[in-house]
Ligand binder design. Structure first.
Ligand SMILES: NC(=O)C1=CN([C@@H]2O[C@H](COP(=O)(O)OP(=O)(O)OC[C@H]3O[C@@H](n4cnc5c(N)ncnc54)[C@H](O)[C@@H]3O)[C@@H](O)[C@H]2O)[C@@H](O)CC1
Ligand SMILES: [K+]
Length: 485
């Protein structure tokens, strides 16, 4: 149940379910009932205003109004347009509503203790403008709690982008599976708490549609973890090379700590001789080697993975170093300066990527490397992965991971505490450590992003980057014991 559906896939799932014998009327009744169940579990009986649009999202609203009134609530309902113009299941449910159908206006908010937003769902086709935009603004200004049905009206379900203006909800109840817009910014914030409710669409129907997007949860990549066997040996757990900077040694040290905590069997920091003692002093468990020996190290296939970029420095020398490295087709994580260095010649980098490679840009680095790729984060990550041949992880509150073959995952954990110096270096290290152990690059990037976010959420206020590697044994221990699912 990790799938995320595009709105088109959701329509297709509805269509197939109806074709298989469950009527649209039943689906709409289930949808409305599931929203009411969420409402009554949160609020005692009170006055609600249901705002309905002209499509099936509005149809859900008529079901909700009826069921809330049956439960003893005082309900007002406002409709955009004429009730006579409704069609299909929306018209059917308008016919079942015994209360008044009022014209949409801010007056509907007077005396309301709860607003149910059923203006637009998957069918949002253009920006919300004019009087409707004023109404949405009035809802947001009212301070009255809002439950949004499917998506907050104005949020594009596929991209999370706002078209014109959007309702800001406290809770969003969506059906069957989440949509990208529930997790991508700014939709993620406008949704409030996201609740996904079953409305009678079979899991097999969803599998048949073959969604390529998932929530980044352990069930997605758990099977790809290479836990050491009883007879495990450090040489079975990979040997990661961390290419450290000559002066900005903190970044490389964080990478190394994180990679070792993630399970890399052996780790060598490769850097200018003058800085090696700094790296060595940080952790007795690492090895060090002068950067002049890097080529020789890479000729030894036991050095199976490397991380380069954090604190390494931007420039042509970094570029040529990376082009040479990539030639060896080791599992590679390119982060920070490794990405920025190719701003003038990104295609040179993409041409050189042949082996399993993960790029971990933040938004600024992404824009430097892929200046022409625009749109929402998910589409951009996918386009970048396709172009570069690497797995691309775009960092942020809504971290997205995309593989060149089109698979993608979105982080669902909120961890604002991760917005601190060095946090990205730790992420690169975790992913490098997982790849060193033989984990496939997309799985490693997803698991790395999950561990990182989960650590951020667990540690909370006061987090510094050094805390994250320290917390990994707790999370890995939980995963090893089979929790969370
Ligand atoms: N069988 C189904 O398809 C089910 C659908 N359900 C609900 O149906 C929704 C999708 O219904 P629809 O496809 O009818 O789409 P919507 O109800 O989201 O909106 C479509 C209507 O809004 C109008 N519209 C779109 N953008 C507008 C704008 N900016 N300003 C003014 N008017 C605008 C369109 O012209 C159209 O009349 C889902 O979000 C969900 O809530 C649920 O009842 C579950 C079952
Ligand atoms: K809505």
């Amino acid at each position: 149940m990790f799938e995320v559906l595009t709105t088109e896939q959701m329509y297709e799932a509805d269509r197939r379910t109806i074709e298989a014998g469950t009527s649209g009327d039943v689906l709409m009744e289930n949808a409305g009932a599931s929203v009411v169940a969420e409402i009554v579990s949160r609020w005692t009986t009170r006055a609600a205003t249901v705002l309905c649009g002209p499509g099936n999202n509005g149809g859900d609203g008529f079901v909700i109004a009826r069921l809330l009134r049956n439960a003893g609530w005082s309900v007002r309902l406002g409709l955009l347009g004429d009730v006579e113009k409704l069609t299909g299941d929306a018209a059917l449910n308008a016919g079942r509503w015994e209360g008044a159908v009022e014209r949409l206006s801010p007056a509907l908010l007077v005396g309301a203790d709860l607003v149910v937003d059923c203006l637009f769902g998957a069918g949002l086709a253009r920006p919300i403008e004019g009087d409707l935009a004023s109404l949405v603004q009035a809802v947001n200004d009212s301070g009255v709690p809002v439950v949004a049905v499917d998506v907050p009206s104005g949020v594009d379900g596929n991209s999370g982008e706002v078209r014109g203006i959007s309702v800001k909800a406290n809770v969003t109840v969506t059906f069957c599976r989440p949509k990208p817009g529930h997790y991508l910014l700014p939709g993620r914030i406008l949704c409030g708490q996201v609740i996904v409710r079953d409305i009678g669409i079979a899991d097999q129907t969803i599998r048949d549609i073959r969604p390529m997007l998932v929530c980044n949860e352990p069930g997605v990549w758990r099977a790809g973890i290479n836990w050491p066997g009883v007879d495990g040996h450090k040489y079975h757990r990979g040997h990661l090379l961390v290419i450290g900077g000559a002066t900005m040694t903190g970044a490389g040290r964080l990478v190394a700590r994180a990679a070792r905590r993630a399970g890399a069997g052996l780790l060598t920091v490769v850097a200018e001789p003058a800085s090696l003692s700094v790296y060595a002093a940080d952790s007795p468990g690492i090895m060090t080697a002068p950067i002049a020996t890097l080529d020789d190290l890479l000729k030894d296939c036991r050095h199976n993975a490397l991380v380069i970029g954090p604190g390494f420095g931007v420039g042509d020398e970094t570029c040529s170093r990376i082009i040479t490295l990539l030639h060896y087709c080791r599992c590679t994580v390119l982060d920070a300066d490794a990405l920025t260095s190719f701003a003038e010649q990104p295609s040179t980098l993409f041409f050189a990527i042949q082996g399993p490679t993960v790029l971990t840009p933040h938004e600024g680095e992404f824009a430097r490397l892929f200046p022409d790729i625009e749109g929402d984060k998910l589409s951009r990550a996918r386009a970048a992965a396709k172009r570069s041949g690497a797995t691309v992880l775009i960092k942020g509150a809504d971290t997205v991971v995309a593989a060149p073959d089109g698979r993608a995952a979105i982080n669902t954990i909120d961890a604002p505490w991760l917005a601190t110096a060095g946090s990205g270096d730790v992420l690169a290290g975790i992913i490098g450590g997982l790849m060193a152990q033989g984990m496939e690059m997309f799985d490693a990037a997803c698991m790395g992003a999950w561990l990182h976010a989960r650590a951020g959420g667990d540690i909370g206020p006061g987090l510094i980057a050094e805390d994250i590697p320290h917390h990994l044994p707790v999370l890995l221990g939980q995963l090893w014991r089979g929790v969370p699912k």
